[in-house]
Design a binder for this molecule. Structure first.
Ligand SMILES: [Zn+2]
Length: 261
């Protein structure tokens, strides 16, 4: 790591060591470091295979049974296999450690790959869902696929929460689907409370997730950005660290621990 980059990490450590209320937004850059291809950009899933239809969710709503039948018949694609074999990287573990140390109060992730959970993260909003979970589109009930059972002869699957008869779908937010209100509420609540906002591996272009750091900037909060490439947030960042999260975050934990001593 370059000296200047290391200096920036030290500056971030100095700020975070006093435990201001810190909220982070993580994006595809973190998953990429675990070997998961991005959606957009060169070699991206959608660049190679085309983007899903913009009315994907409306198609689901029109014919949920068909979606369920296709889901049952589809074998795992190359992308799904890459996600399933991916492991949390040192950046994921360092963020979970920052939570344990009382530094990071909440993490909003745009990633659907379950790697934050697998690294042990607790206070987490998966704003675009989690591909290993299912969700009711009416009441928002979520269940891990590990615990989820259904009768493949009775499709689509309906929610069996008390008083709810909503349709169950994958938790991953489809094109055209609104972000679940529970996810928006928890993201807004923690962002409002934050003194420091940390963006990690995200170009902050996809709304509504991008609105949280933008609002932090507008309200004059401290913004710390960790991303190998400059983004539209970089010029507004209090500290911009131009390196990979898998390198920066463990160093940040180490530096804060040293200051704690
Ligand atoms: Zn329900």
């Amino acid at each position: 790591m370059e000296h200047a980059t290391r200096e920036s990490v030290q500056q971030a450590a100095n700020i975070l060591q006093s435990r201001p209320y810190t909220v982070a937004l993580a994006g595809a850059g973190m998953s990429k470091e675990s070997g998961i291809p991005t959606f957009r950009g060169s070699g991206g899933l959608w660049t190679e295979n085309g983007e899903p239809p913009l009315d994907q969710y409306q198609q689901f709503q029109r014919d949920p049974k068909r979606w369920w039948e296709e889901r049952s018949n589809n074998s795992l694609g190359d992308f799904a296999q890459k996600i399933d074999s991916a492991q949390p990287n040192p950046g994921h573990f360092a963020l979970a450690k920052m939570e344990e140390m009382g530094i990071l109060r909440h993490l909003i992730t745009q990633n659907i790959d379950d790697l934050h959970r697998r690294a042990g993260h607790q206070s987490l909003t998966e704003i675009h869902g989690n591909r290993n979970w299912m969700r009711c589109i009416s009441c928002g009930f979520r269940i891990s696929q590990r615990d989820f059972t259904y009768d493949p002869n009775v499709l689509p699957v309906y929610c069996d929460e008390d008083g709810c008869d909503g349709i169950i779908k994958s938790d991953t937010v489809m094109f055209g689907e609104p972000i679940p209100p529970q996810a928006l509420n928890s993201s807004s609540m923690h962002s409002d409370l934050s003194d420091v906002f940390l963006t990690i591996g995200t170009s902050a272009l996809v709304y509504p997730a991008a609105a949280f750091p933008v609002e932090a900037i507008q309200r004059g909060k401290i913004l710390i950005e960790i991303n190998p490439e400059p983004t539209q947030l970089t010029e507004h960042a209090t500290i911009a660290i131009g390196a990979e999260s898998g390198q920066v975050l463990p160093l940040l934990v180490e530096m804060i621990s040293e200051l704690d001593e």
